[in-house]
Design a binder for this molecule. Structure first.
Ligand SMILES: [Zn+2]
Length: 273
C-alpha cells in the first residue's frame, strides 16, 4: 500500500520467489523501495518471503514474534530436513475425479513444488519491531492502523485498517470463497473478534485467502464458524459428522479438505479429545 512517502507490504507469501514478484510490483507501482512489512500471524504462507525485503522494517505482534522465533523456526527446520513428498501428491492428483477437489490439489501441488525449491536457501527473517494492540502509520496520502484484537484463526492475528477508505487487509481472520482453517485458533474468540470488526463497518476487505470483497464477508465468516460449531455439537459421532457434505453456501469454496478438518477439530474440542 502506498502511504505517500512510504510503501507498506502486508504479508510476504509462502516463498521468496513469490515475495520477489510482490516486491517488484510494489517498486514499479510506487517508484521506491518497500519501507514497512507487516506479518499478520506466524503461519509460513504469510512470512516465508520476509527475507527479500532486506531494506524494510518488519512489524508483528509480540505473540507473533515469539511464535515465529519458536514454532516458526522449528517448522522451517522440520520442512528442510523432510521436504513434502511431491510424488505422492502428484499421484493423488492423477486419481482425483472431483473437479473442485482437483483444482484445490493442483494449486497445493504447485505451491509445495515452489516451497521445496525455496527451502535450501530459505531463512526466516524475524520482525524488527513488535506491538501489543495498535500501531499507526501516518502517511501524506493515507493513514494505516495496524490492530490486533487477539487470536482468532491463530494464537495472534493482526489486521491493517484504513479508516478513511473503510478498507482493511483482514489477514486470515476473514477469507473469501475459501475454507478458513480453524485448527490453530479459537472459534469462540474468532466470533468475538468478528463482532468487533463488524463494528468498523468496512466497505472493502482484502482477505488472507480468496478474492477482494465487501464488508459482508465478515458476517459470512461468522455464519460459517457458528454453523460448523452447531454441526459439531449436534453430531452423534465423529464418523457421522465427517460424512456430512459442505452446505450449499460454501460448497464451491477453495481449500475443500479444510471443511472436514475443521469439523474434526471442533468435535475434538467439544469432547475434550
Ligand atoms: Zn494462517
Amino acid at each position: 500500500m502506498d502511504l505517500g512517502e512510504q510503501t507498506l507490504i502486508f504479508d510476504t507469501f509462502n516463498t521468496p520467489q513469490a515475495a520477489l514478484s510482490l516486491r517488484s510490483a510494489a517498486e514499479q507501482l510506487t517508484g521506491r523501495k518497500v519501507t514497512y512489512v507487516i506479518n499478520s500471524h506466524h503461519h509460513s504462507d504469510h512470512i516465508w518471503g520476509n527475507q527479500v525485503f532486506e531494506d524494510a522494517t518488519i512489524f508483528a505482534t509480540d505473540s507473533t514474534f515469539d511464535l515465529m522465533r519458536t514454532k516458526g523456526v522449528a517448522r522451517l527446520e522440520r520442512m528442510r530436513s523432510q521436504p513434502m513428498p511431491l510424488e505422492k501428491l502428484e499421484e493423488a492428483l492423477e486419481q482425483e475425479q472431483d473437479p473442485v477437489q482437483r483444482k484445490d490439489l493442483e494449486l497445493y501441488v504447485d505451491e509445495m513444488r515452489q516451497v521445496n525449491m525455496a527451502l535450501p536457501n530459505l531463512t526466516l527473517r524475524l520482525p524488527d519491531v513488535t506491538f501489543e494492540r495498535r500501531l499507526a502509520f501516518a502517511g501524506s496520502k493515507r493513514t494505516a492502523v495496524l490492530l490486533t484484537f487477539g487470536g482468532a484463526h491463530s494464537p495472534s492475528d493482526a489486521f491493517l485498517y484504513f479508516p478513511e477508505e473503510a478498507l482493511a487487509f483482514m489477514s486470515d481472520i476473514v477469507q473469501i470463497g475459501f475454507h478458513p482453517s480453524m485448527g490453530d485458533g479459537n472459534p469462540d474468540e474468532w466470533l468475538r473478534i468478528l463482532a468487533k470488526v463488524e463494528a468498523l463497518q468496512l466497505s472493502t476487505i482484502v482477505p488472507g485467502h480468496g478474492v477482494i470483497g465487501t464488508g459482508e464477508a465478515v458476517g459470512i465468516m461468522g455464519q460459517y464458524i457458528q454453523l460448523l460449531q452447531q454441526m459439531a455439537y449436534a453430531a452423534p459421532s465423529l464418523d457421522e459428522l465427517l460424512a456430512i457434505d459442505a452446505p450449499a453456501f460454501c460448497a464451491s469454496w477453495q481449500a475443500s479438505p479444510v471443511f472436514k478438518e475443521n469439523l474434526h477439530f471442533l468435535y475434538n474440542r467439544i469432547h475434550n479429545l
